[in-house]
Design a protein around this ligand. Structure first.
Ligand code: ADP
Ligand code: MG
Length: 417
């Protein structure tokens, strides 16, 4: 089979084209061909993300030009439960996906015809939620005769950093690169190397139980602070004493005790113990009543400001919140920098919803600078789930002609390699 030269100027092997659509040619290529001139216009990818509680769509030009980024969050749906309810998440996505995609195209000044490819999150995430984005993306790709690209959600988070660095003109990234992906569903350390098209990854650390963001959400819930827990704890922690409550190593550290040396995992995390420790502290210190009072006071206010939440927090609560955050940040920063040093990482990315945390950013910036390690974060908007990162991560695959067939499905535990 002869390869097809795409509008983006890259070779696309025809045998790998989506669903056997061997007449695929982006709109821009067709006009180039008819004018009989060689041109390399920008390629546009429509990204779709529905792995958890955000329905998101975005359009990216050439993997680095952000044309639109629309996120419809389900926070209000899950707020009464203090965490994401998978069944509700899957039901919300079908309601939001069509308007979100239309808005992303409109804001980018594009239409269905003028995009070159569709990228969708295949996993990891909630199976029912992922399926909505995948089914929609498949239908769109089939109807429009456009190639479909699958993206690993975790690689998407990593590409959120890359996308913004490219926008700033920073293309100089040294490898090996260490990426901490830390969100409501994930806490992973990946060592990345560059390969011909895109990067390859080795997962050198992961949480053994709760993700760091999950710990934030659960602690906020048990302290009556509302949902999501990350932003409110981040704001309150500044007003408490981070040394007031001591969380022992056993409450935050994954233990390698008794594990043969070859199987030890020095960079694994564990955040379920600290949640239990906070619960025990609340009970031992007789804080139950004040938690219930705060919960009731805040329940009636849709989105309380930090000032309002502060009015309902005593010193003991603020100290507990600050101490919790300090313990989590210490652990994330400590293990990540240990891994960076031991694995000779030359660049550090910190990304995912928890990367929006101000103390985490300050500490990483400070500590990494001591060792001369360049550290990059996404902007707060691109820290939490979005589709810009999915479209950006799909660009190397578009260049390589690495398209999905019609037969793939959602993979709740998809590994990143
Ligand atoms: P998920 O795929 O789990 O929805 P996101 O990347 O959307 O992940 O991140 C959401 C998580 O990030 C939630 O657990 C939330 O509490 C946490 N989070 C958001 N902002 C902050 C912050 N400023 N500090 C700590 N955690 C945060
Ligand atoms: Mg989310």
């Amino acid at each position: 089979m002869s390869p097809l030269r795409g509008s983006h100027g890259f070779l696309i092997p025809t045998q790998r084209l989506y669903a056997g659509l061997n007449n695929f040619a982006p709109a821009a290529l067709q006009s180039c061909k008819s004018n009989n001139i060689r041109c390399m216009p920008e390629s546009y990818i429509l990204g779709i993300e529905t792995s958890c509680d955000e329905t998101a769509a975005a359009v990216i030009g050439n993997g680095e030009r952000l044309l639109s980024n629309v996120v419809s969050s389900q926070i209000a749906t899950h707020q009464p439960y203090g965490g994401v309810v998978p069944e509700l998440a899957s039901r919300e996505h079908p309601r939001a996906i069509v308007p979100v995609v239309r808005q992303a195209l409109a804001e980018a000044g594009k239409n269905y015809e003028s995009i070159d490819a569709i990228a969708v999150t295949q996993g990891p995430g909630l199976a029912g939620a992922l399926l909505v984005g995948i089914s929609y993306a498949k239908a769109l790709a089939f109807a429009l005769e456009k190639p479909l690209i699958t993206v690993n959600h975790l690689e998407g988070h990593i590409h959120a950093v890359l996308l913004e660095e490219k926008q700033k003109g920073n293309f100089q990234i040294d490898f090996p690169l260490l990426a901490l992906v830390v969100s409501g569903g994930h806490t992973h350390l990946f060592l990345a190397e560059q390969r011909e098209h895109g990067w390859s990854y080795v997962n050198i650390g992961r949480t053994r139980d709760d993700a760091a963001g999950e710990a934030y959400d659960k602690v906020a819930k048990l302290l009556g602070l509302g949902y999501p827990g990350g932003p409110v704890i981040d704001a309150l922690a500044r007003h408490g004493n981070p040394r007031a409550v001591k969380f022992g190593a056993s409450q935050i550290k994954h233990s390698n005790r008794g594990t043969p040396k070859a199987e030890q995992t020095p960079y694994d995390f564990s955040f379920s113990g600290i949640k239990t420790a906070v619960l025990r502290y609340v009970e031992l210190e007789g804080m139950r009543e004040s938690v219930i009072a705060r919960q009731q006071a805040l329940a009636g206010i849709g989105k309380p400001t930090t000032e309002i939440v502060l009015k309902h927090c005593d010193k003991k609560t603020l100290d507990l919140v600050a101490s919790f955050q300090r313990a989590v940040v210490d652990d994330l920063v400590g293990k990540t920098l240990q891994a960076a040093e031991e694995r000779d990482a030359r660049t550090l990315f910190v990304t995912g919803g928890v990367a929006a945390n101000s103390e985490l950013r300050e500490r990483f910036t400070l500590e990494a600078a001591k060792g001369g390690l360049p550290v990059y974060f996404p902007s707060r908007k691109l820290s939490t789930d979005n589709a810009a990162m999915i479209a950006a991560a799909a660009f190397p695959k578009l260049r390589a002609g690495d398209f999905a067939g019609a037969d793939f499905s959602a993979e709740a535990s998809l590994a990143l390699r």
